[in-house]
Design a protein around this ligand. Sequence first.
Ligand code: SF4
Length: 420
Amino acid sequence: MSCVKSRETKQSTNVDPAKDFNASAEMLPRQPSKTPKALRNGGRVKSNAAEPTGVYQPNNNVMAPHMQSPDYVQLSTAAAITLGIMTGKMYRCECTRCLNLLLTYPEGCRANCAYCGLARHREAERDYADRNFIRVDWPAVPMDDIIDIVAKDPANSPFHRMCISMITHPRSDRDTVSVLKKWTDRIDPEVLPVSILSNPTTMNRDDVITLKDLGADIFTVALDAATPEIFDRTRGKGVQSPHKWDKYWEILMHAKDVFGAQKFGAHIIVGMGETEQDTLRLVQQIVDLGGHSHMFCFFPEKGSLMDHLPATPRDQWRRVQLARYLIDYRDVRVEQMSFDDEQRITDYGMAGGELSDIIEQGIAFRTSGCPGKVQEDISACDRPYGDSPPSNIASYPFQPKKKDLKKIRRQLDIPVVVQS
Ligand code: SF4
């Protein structure tokens, strides 16, 4: 974890200060290498067959025990610290307000997304429970232990929301239902709402309905890529991965029908070769459907098929981050914005003084995601340093202070407007 000591702390961001966007032609993933047969499908973990004994903390590729959902889940380092399962301290923030859980299996995720640390191609190199994901380790913990802690006093829990991330596995649909049931049997989802980060590839409309009926509050689809071409090259055929853009949209549309307005959304990663206009058109499309977008800054995750590529330059990221906030929460439309020949934003469609006030409020630059107890446009899911190191923050997991806003304005190249 980057705000506690870990192997990720010193990773370079690869940001080229002279370049202000990641062009499509440069953002090409490596091809996955072949995994020896004996190591496929969690072969090493299964043949070792070590019984799990409580919490498993990733420890640089010592053999992971045989843990699986629904009995076990993995949780973010931030959530583990917040729960008191791990010790540590976050840089400039109190841990997290979202209990992010990942389903877990010896076979790991069966997809091969090029930017993701959990991808299948890593199985020769690192057991599933030892893989870094959004820059942090994910300890594996018995689900009952987590519920025991939170159920003591859900209303006063530090968490504002719980989220189940499904990963791609033949059992993830049914185990998501089991994990959700275990939770709602003891914790009222009205008190601590639940989000589902879905895996559309294995789902159908009935699965979406079941999760809603069991008390899930928000359903999200990680499109991640902003265009069908980038989707295909980073998570589809281009990297021997099973996902399809159309299938993701099919489930997103079911989520819109079943969960309703403001209760569904899409994840989008900025800086994988799409243009700024591509991303913001997609943001507008989702808003027009009644949903929200949750945005991530591309970071070259160690061990992923894109770990040789540059992180999104901060100028590109800030422009898109600000424009997305205006579309999602301030009723500005993408058609009111202007773009240059490279489809970079040149005008946000809002008067300078008003835009300056929004920048000064700082909320646009915080981590985006499902809301918590504070207000609609402040995410419960703050994912501390999940898309950048603390030395060059992309998504602020806390309210940006004066010095942060000065830096943000420099990155945006928008000075303070002095009112006469
Ligand atoms: S499906 Fe999700 S967890 Fe699996 S490789 Fe793709 S992004 Fe990672």
